[in-house]
Design a protein around this ligand. Structure first.
Ligand SMILES: [Zn+2]
Length: 88
C-alpha cells in the first residue's frame, strides 16, 4: 500500500469518527466497504478546494460520496468562474 493510500484511509477513519459515515453533500449514508457503484464510494472532499487556496488539513476535509464530490467540484468551478468574470 502506498503512503498516500494509507494516509487516505487514516483520514477517512478520522472523518467517520467525527461525523459518522454520512455524506457532507447529500446527507446520505456512506458504506465504507462499498466498491460499487463507484459514485457511492467514500471520498475525501476539500471544503475549500485546493484550487481556491484550501489546505490539506483535517479542518478542511469532509466525507462525501465520490459522485457528490465530483458534482460539487464542477459547481464550485462554475461559481468561481462566474465570480471571477464579475470581478474582472
Ligand atoms: Zn452524497
Amino acid at each position: 500500500m502506498t503512503f498516500e493510500r494509507r494516509m487516505h484511509l487514516v483520514v477517512l477513519e478520522y472523518l467517520s469518527r467525527v461525523a459518522g459515515w454520512v455524506c457532507s453533500q447529500c446527507g446520505g449514508p456512506i458504506d465504507p466497504a462499498l466498491k460499487h457503484p463507484r459514485n457511492k464510494r467514500a471520498s475525501v472532499d476539500h471544503v475549500v478546494p485546493v484550487s481556491r487556496g484550501g489546505m490539506n488539513v483535517l479542518e478542511n476535509l469532509a466525507l462525501t460520496h465520490l459522485g457528490c464530490n465530483s458534482q460539487k467540484g464542477n459547481e464550485d468551478r462554475g461559481r468561481h468562474w462566474s465570480r471571477w468574470v464579475r470581478e474582472n
